[in-house]
Design a protein around this ligand. Sequence first.
Ligand SMILES: Cc1cc2nc3c(=O)[nH]c(=O)nc-3n(C[C@H](O)[C@H](O)[C@H](O)COP(=O)(O)OP(=O)(O)OC[C@H]3O[C@@H](n4cnc5c(N)ncnc54)[C@H](O)[C@@H]3O)c2cc1C
Ligand SMILES: NC(=O)c1ccc[n+]([C@@H]2O[C@H](COP(=O)([O-])OP(=O)(O)OC[C@H]3O[C@@H](n4cnc5c(N)ncnc54)[C@H](OP(=O)(O)O)[C@@H]3O)[C@@H](O)[C@H]2O)c1
Length: 515
Amino acid sequence: MAVSRPDIRRRPAERLLAWLVTGPLGHLYSVVADLTIMAVTEARRRGVVTKLADQPMSEPRKDSAARVCVIGAGASGIAACQVLSARGVPYDCFEKGSEVGGNWRYGNDNGVSAAYRSLFINTSRRRMAYSTFPMPEDYPDYPHHSQIARYFDAYVDHFGFRDRIRFRTEVTRVEPAPEGPGQGWDVTTDDGATGRYAAVLVANGHHWDPRWPEFPGEFAGEATHAHAYSTPDGFEGRNVLVLGIGNSACDIACETSRVSKMTFIAMRRGAYVIPKYIGGKPTDELSTDFTTRLPFALQRAVSAFMLKQVQGNMEDYGLPRPDHKLMEAHPTVSAELLARIGHGRVKPKPNIERLEGDRVRFADGSVEEIDRIVYCTGYKITFPFLSEELVSTRDNRVPLYRRVVHPDRPGLYFIGLLQPLGAIMPLAEAQCEWVADLLEGSVALPSAREMRKVIEREDRRMRKRYVASKRHTIQVDFFPYLRTLRRERERARGRGGLRARVAGRSHELRVERPA
Ligand SMILES: Cc1cc2nc3c(=O)[nH]c(=O)nc-3n(C[C@H](O)[C@H](O)[C@H](O)COP(=O)(O)OP(=O)(O)OC[C@H]3O[C@@H](n4cnc5c(N)ncnc54)[C@H](O)[C@@H]3O)c2cc1C
Ligand SMILES: NC(=O)c1ccc[n+]([C@@H]2O[C@H](COP(=O)([O-])OP(=O)(O)OC[C@H]3O[C@@H](n4cnc5c(N)ncnc54)[C@H](OP(=O)(O)O)[C@@H]3O)[C@@H](O)[C@H]2O)c1
């Protein structure tokens, strides 16, 4: 992997195009993006924020003889609680830790937070905020995890549902009621209690169960997974090997490289390293509801061109050339990695071939002495409280309609089980609004057969677009996904009502948890 020199000689046409894109076209693009963001924010402020935020907290509706169970009070679970509270749907939320925020609570006593001490978000705060509750204006564009945790606390307190979350209570089993499909779900918690719920909203997160790779040979040093990484303490003066080129790998390679003897970053394929800012704007804010309506090829061409102007080619830094096009892999965002490579403190390597005691052999035949390995190889999707027969997670694939509804398990919904090009929180919130429609019975779902057809079609599209990897099984594009949910809610209205109920398709509430 020799470091090639950047080619600084450009053809006049390319220079003209560069000038256009970074100059007038870039400005136009930014202005349109700004206006779109302002319009969307304003619309939200007028429409949803006042509608929900100013609404008094409603008591469980008198006419509803059923309860819903929410599993988890991370970013997705609290979005579910907020929406259910606002819509007057009675619910119990179980959280195994003592606080809300899940992954964003550093040192969370739930024992599964992947946050490290230096973690900052890599999706900008405006993209990450719930539509009903903006992040404070004095927050930076990319806040620290402690600020994100504070934001979640403020969200819960603003809407006033903290007392409806049962902390330090783990859901250990979820089973369909023995009376048959559509009769609810029996939820057992670690205190031994079992309750009957009309519906279960699963929001247990998908970045907590580490995926470990397997390589031939034995490693004599200390090997950990990114999930266990907390600080660079213990990496001082060591030869460190970080495996992977996702966001964990970049952060951990850069951080350890400040204290290590040398940090190597090994990968089985290259990635486009995306900066946190382009032209002074948070990179994810360049894509808007408007720009994502343009043909995909055009969006990609503009993004690729801008990225090349800012970063050059990945090969220029000694990284492998990505074997795919931009937007065909989950984005690797790092403001630091390329500079750390440029400083000679991080060295790129191809994949590990073999572990040889205190050495590691790489795919190009090179061998390095390594003291510590951090496997930044991603996470498995798991639901320890659901049997595999009930919901299969084989190869990280969970067949869900619109990434929420299990077509064969009425009343079981999954919130935040997606990997967006953008942030999870507003999407989780939109999913919950749709689920609340379903729970109220005001809308209905298509038949299980139709849902399976859509799932298969979306799965085919995803396989075609994304690099074949277990981390690309739940990808969605931020704005198009929001539009899909919106259309789903609109269209579903036509399918709702008596006809759908008679057909047994509607998931309206039916069952009450015994006192
Ligand atoms: C290092 C890292 C950085 C990230 N950075 C970003 C970012 O910048 N932007 C972004 O959009 N996303 C980011 N993500 C993705 C991350 O998954 C989301 O930000 C967010 O945490 C998802 O929220 P969640 O509620 O779905 O899951 P979690 O945050 O994992 O919360 C799940 C909650 O459920 C609880 N729970 C689990 N099982 C049970 C059970 N059986 N019973 C009771 N409670 C249970 C857990 O205790 C936890 O509180 C990052 C992920 C990682 C690992
Ligand atoms: N806010 C932040 O700054 C921040 C920081 C860390 C993480 N995150 C988020 O957290 C989530 C998880 O990120 P992550 O980086 O931990 O995991 P990830 O995105 O799943 O990346 C895993 C990396 O490991 C590689 N890999 C997996 N199995 C491998 C194997 N057997 N051999 C070699 N390489 C292997 C993958 O390569 P392939 O592509 O070939 O599969 C990929 O490069 C993402 O949503 C990410 O955005 C955010």
